[in-house]
Write a protein that binds this ligand. Structure first.
Ligand SMILES: [Zn+2]
Ligand SMILES: [Zn+2]
Length: 193
């Protein structure tokens, strides 16, 4: 079933072909925190310390409010590009080189979606960059990835939902990827953080 992902004010969003996310992760990384803090400062939602990332197939069949979408990178040559609404500063989609155009990511609770959000996180990642370390004690029955050491990278890649999302997959696509949508957004901002 198709699903919608829209910003919190409803000015812009996407329709994707599949409402079933392929992966959920909890992420303590500095980049996620800085990106969400930047949006919050502009009027977006205050981020939680360990945001949940939802990954969906990058197959966008309908775009609305493209003129309200802007894209930013935290610094020059960053690996992540984030699409946000210039009215409400919701991040509605994130592309990262490692996603290989298979999937894109959004932050749970930072946009409005009809995707099935009953998926449980498969791992908590970048916990070494987490500011509020008390959070780690609350994480039960989930792989804890501190810093992507060689051993942790292996452990991470062996998670079925991870390989199913990030490995190159050949399947029919009906729309366009987030990467190609980003190309049609007027101007990329580099925040230089
Ligand atoms: Zn908006
Ligand atoms: Zn992150």
């Amino acid at each position: 079933m198709s699903a919608k992902i829209t910003c919190r004010c409803g000015a812009c969003g996407f329709e994707i072909t599949d409402d079933q996310p392929s992966l959920s992760l909890l992420c303590g990384c500095t980049d996620c925190r800085e990106a969400l803090e930047w949006c919050a400062k502009k009027g977006g939602l205050e981020p939680v310390s360990l945001p949940e990332l939802i990954y969906v197939k990058s197959d966008i069949v309908y775009i609305f409010g493209l003129e309200f979408m802007k894209a930013f990178q935290l610094r020059h040559n960053a690996r992540s590009t984030r699409v946000y609404c210039k009215e409400c500063f919701s991040v509605i989609g994130v592309n990262h080189k490692s996603y290989r155009d298979n999937v894109f990511m959004f932050f749970k609770d930072h946009c409005v979606t009809t995707c099935d959000l009953s998926i449980k996180p498969s791992a908590a990642i970048y916990l070494n960059e987490l500011k509020d370390t008390n959070q780690i004690n609350n994480l039960k029955n989930i792989p804890l990835i501190m810093s992507f050491s060689k051993k942790e990278t292996q452990q991470f890649r062996s998670i079925e939902a991870v390989s199913g999302s990030f490995n190159e997959i050949k399947r029919p696509r009906y729309g366009q990827t987030l990467k190609s949508v980003i190309k049609s957004i007027s101007k990329m901002e580099i925040l230089n953080r």
